[in-house]
Ligand binder design. Structure first.
Ligand code: SAM
Length: 337
């Protein structure tokens, strides 16, 4: 466990394709991308394009699952269709950058699904990996046509104040903010706002005027002041189960209380108002569309399977705790103006 509180020292998705891999367990992320496809398609369709023979696209949170490529596939497909008319038959070349926090040992396996993106007539797009946090500039000024990202619920760090022992914002005994003191939630909200504005400032530099920013992030309904509703299983996954597991480890003496209290999950679920306020405060973007999507519970579809094999249920639940699995996602398309 890293005590610096910075995300790049804490987060690493489990790559590969075994039964605890991100690829095999990221039902929520896959469902979210599928649910937002229509919004993404119409956003790209709405772009005003002149003749262009070279387009640059970036996906700023590659992760470690095959479905992550489907957003870029959609972007390329829609642009290719649009440009067939505008370009008068000249095929444009697509260059796609896939980025993530750092090149883990699984970066190579993350790219494996790209092999399917080669068809008989050649590559559907050229690709390259870019390592680095999306909190910072990753590309030259004004060259990207489209940027997609699906991980903005991850904060760049655990807010410092919630780790300060004894302070009124100390999140003692919890790994996350559900059920925490108001001051703790406020500290997360402040960090969330700072991070989103910083992200937008960087993309404002990198995306060309007329380009499109498409953001998909775990979110919460506007009327929910706290992070998740009481009936949500997410509450159990993220809070009851995880906090109870930590408490068990403390009680049996496996870890010290101090070590448990030094761990927080840097995730914040924004509502649409918070997202709109950050876009407004950064400037340079006009919201084309913003929607709160409800994602189906993927565990329901697997209930019969789990009843026959309780062990696999236990493993899948443990995996969901390792992943960040959400019920609501916010999809936003914003034009660079
Ligand atoms: C939810 S996952 C994967 C998202 C992926 N597009 C998908 O659909 O499965 C989150 C990924 O975002 C990456 N990530 C989180 N914060 C990031 C940041 N600040 N910069 C770059 N990547 C980040 C994580 O490393 C992780 O691989």
């Amino acid at each position: 466990m890293d005590y610096s509180g910075h995300l790049e020292h804490m987060l690493c998705k489990h790559g590969g394709d075994d039964d605890v891999s991100f690829d095999q367990n990221s039902f929520g992320a896959a469902a979210a991308i599928a649910s937002s496809e229509q919004i993404l398609t119409s956003a790209i369709d709405s772009m005003k394009l002149n003749q262009v023979v070279h387009l640059q696209i970036a996906d700023l949170s590659l992760g470690a699952a095959g479905h992550t490529f489907s957003a870029v596939d959609t972007v390329v497909e829609v642009l290719r269709r649009k440009l067939a008319m505008i370009n008068g038959g000249t095929e444009p070349a697509f260059e796609v950058f896939f980025s993530d926090l750092r090149p883990s040992k699984d970066f190579t396996s993350s790219f494996r699904p790209l092999e399917d993106r080669v068809d008989g007539s050649g590559k559907k797009y050229y690709s390259a990996g870019v390592s680095g946090s999306f909190s910072w500039r990753l590309f030259p000024k004004g060259e990207l046509h489209v940027v997609v990202t699906s991980s903005l619920q991850w904060l760049s760090r655990i807010p410092r104040k919630v780790m300060k022992k004894g302070s009124e914002r100390w999140n003692k005994g919890r790994a996350w903010i559900q059920g925490a003191q108001r001051e703790v939630v406020e500290a997360y909200a402040e960090q969330s706002d700072k991070d989103l504005v910083q992200f937008l400032k960087c993309r404002k530099e990198e995306i060309m005027v007329g380009g499109m920013l498409f953001m998909l992030m775990a979110g919460r309904p506007s009327d929910l002041e706290s992070q998740v509703s009481d009936e949500s299983r997410l509450k159990l996954i993220f809070t009851t189960f995880m906090d109870q597991a930590w408490q068990d480890l403390v009680d049996e003496g496996s870890i010290k209380e101090e070590r448990r209290d030094g761990f927080n999950i840097p995730v914040y679920l924004r509502n649409t108002e918070e997202v709109a306020a950050a876009i407004e405060s950064c400037g340079g973007f006009k919201i084309e569309k913003m929607e709160l999507l409800k994602i189906d519970d993927p565990m329901n579809a697997r209930q019969q399977e789990f009843m026959k094999d309780p062990d696999s249920y236990g493993r899948a639940m443990a995996n969901l705790v390792q992943l960040n699995y959400f019920y609501h996602m916010i999809a936003v398309s914003a034009i660079r103006v």
